[in-house]
Ligand binder design. Structure first.
Ligand SMILES: Cc1cc2nc3c(=O)[nH]c(=O)nc-3n(C[C@H](O)[C@H](O)[C@H](O)COP(=O)(O)OP(=O)(O)OC[C@H]3O[C@@H](n4cnc5c(N)ncnc54)[C@H](O)[C@@H]3O)c2cc1C
Length: 348
């Protein structure tokens, strides 16, 4: 390509940001703009603030990081608020029996940031051109250029190349609505359909009363038979404690989430606070406040093939946790780096 490539990255989750961040370092001639539908960056590596409490209502932490990811977190990006959640994760089963977790797994660092896991996305976003609150509805490929269009069919931008990073079902909807060569479109829709996601209702419970001290930071349901799949003491993340606030995060199991997805917040709060009280054998039925997040596409159960997707149509690229086949922050970053390499190759 003779002239500088214009690239649109759709989605400012960690995969899209990691790709744009890497390309900015290695291919500064590429003109990259990131398009994000929500008000902030981070996607599912998300942080919310309610009543003075800071909590991560999507991904909880980064664990199992590779040396390259450790370097990114500990050296490359600002790390003054990077913290390891030292206290371990324990387990529970359908009968509410709590037991110590795997010591090997608990020996690994669990990275987050004292000011919220979105700090990671904010650091990756430094220096990038990001357009927030702009949903790309579909693309039109005309004369070797891609037009990015909104829901009304108005053109947001015209570029040489596009990288799509929303979860596979949302990417599939964009591709299905797009104007693309039919063969490529069919291949892409078919491949993206292979990545199935499970939903997750996340309920955050805030208490003004002190909670009983526990030897664990969080509990994970290992027999997958409990309505709660994960319960965490958010204020045990270093730097998050406040005198007046105790915060529990409950992530509900996929089937339970599916069945209760449209429940009203008061009913949901009563139901989950009851389940949590029984699990912890402590009366936590009257939280001072609660906050709910509906993750329709929380974690991929299966993946789509990176090579198939990235070879289907010239200058149309794909990456996300689903191209790794697993919902993990560090793997989504690595997929972003992987696609950045493919894009750099095409740009030269
Ligand atoms: C409840 C929950 C708990 C989790 N726990 C952990 C954990 O403890 N540890 C861990 O490592 N991982 C965890 N994960 C998984 C991890 O959060 C994801 O794998 C990772 O953040 C995915 O990043 P991504 O960039 O691929 O996708 P996303 O973060 O989903 O980013 C995609 C972005 O695209 C945007 N977008 C979508 N459609 C459009 C559009 N049409 N136009 C413009 N923008 C659009 C979205 O708003 C979003 O910002 C968890 C996830 C959830 C939901």
């Amino acid at each position: 390509m003779g002239q500088a490539m214009k690239l649109a990255v759709i989605g400012a989750g960690v995969a899209g940001l990691a790709a744009a961040h890497r390309l900015r370092q290695t291919e500064p001639s590429i003109e990259t703009v990131v398009w994000e539908k929500s008000r902030g960056v981070g996607g599912r590596a998300a942080t919310r603030r309610v009543n003075g409490a800071v909590f991560d209502h999507g991904a909880q932490y980064i664990k199992g990081a590779t040396p390259a990811i450790e370097r990114l977190l500990r050296d490359e990006l600002a790390h003054d608020t990077l913290v390891d959640i030292a206290r371990p994760v324990w387990t529970f089963n359908a009968a509410n029996q709590i037991a110590p977790g795997d010591p090997n797994q608990n020996a690994e660092p669990k990275w987050t940031y004292s000011d919220g896991l979105t700090r990671l996305a904010k650091e990756l976003a430094q220096g990038l051109d990001i357009r927030l609150q702009t949903r790309v509805h579909h693309l039109a490929y005309r004369g070797h250029a891609y037009h990015l269009l909104d829901e009304q069919g108005s053109t947001l931008a015209t570029v040489d190349a596009v990288l799509l990073t929303p979860p596979a079902p949302q990417t599939q909807a964009i591709i299905a609505a797009s104007e693309l060569p039919p063969l490529a479109q069919t291949t892409l829709v078919h491949e993206l359909a292979k990545a199935a996601y499970r939903p997750c209702l996340t309920l955050t419970l805030g208490y003004h009363q002190p909670l009983r001290d526990r030897p664990f930071y969080a509990l994970v349901n290992t027999d997958k038979q409990h309505p709660v799949s994960w319960l965490a003491y958010e204020q045990l993340k270093p730097g998050r404690a406040t005198n007046s606030q105790q915060v529990l995060i409950g992530q509900m199991a996929p089937d339970w989430s599916h069945d209760h997805f449209e429940d009203e917040l008061p009913a949901l709060t009563t139901h989950i606070a009851e389940l949590v009280s029984t699990l912890l054998d402590e009366d936590l039925r009257a939280p001072a406040w609660s906050d709910r997040q509906k993750w329709r596409y929380a974690l991929p159960d299966s993946g789509a093939d990176f090579q198939v997707l990235n070879a289907a149509q010239p200058n149309l690229f794909f990456a996300g946790d689903y191209t790794a086949g697993r919902g993990r922050v560090h793997q989504a970053i690595e997929q972003g780096w992987r696609v950045a390499q493919v894009i750099a190759h095409h740009a030269r």
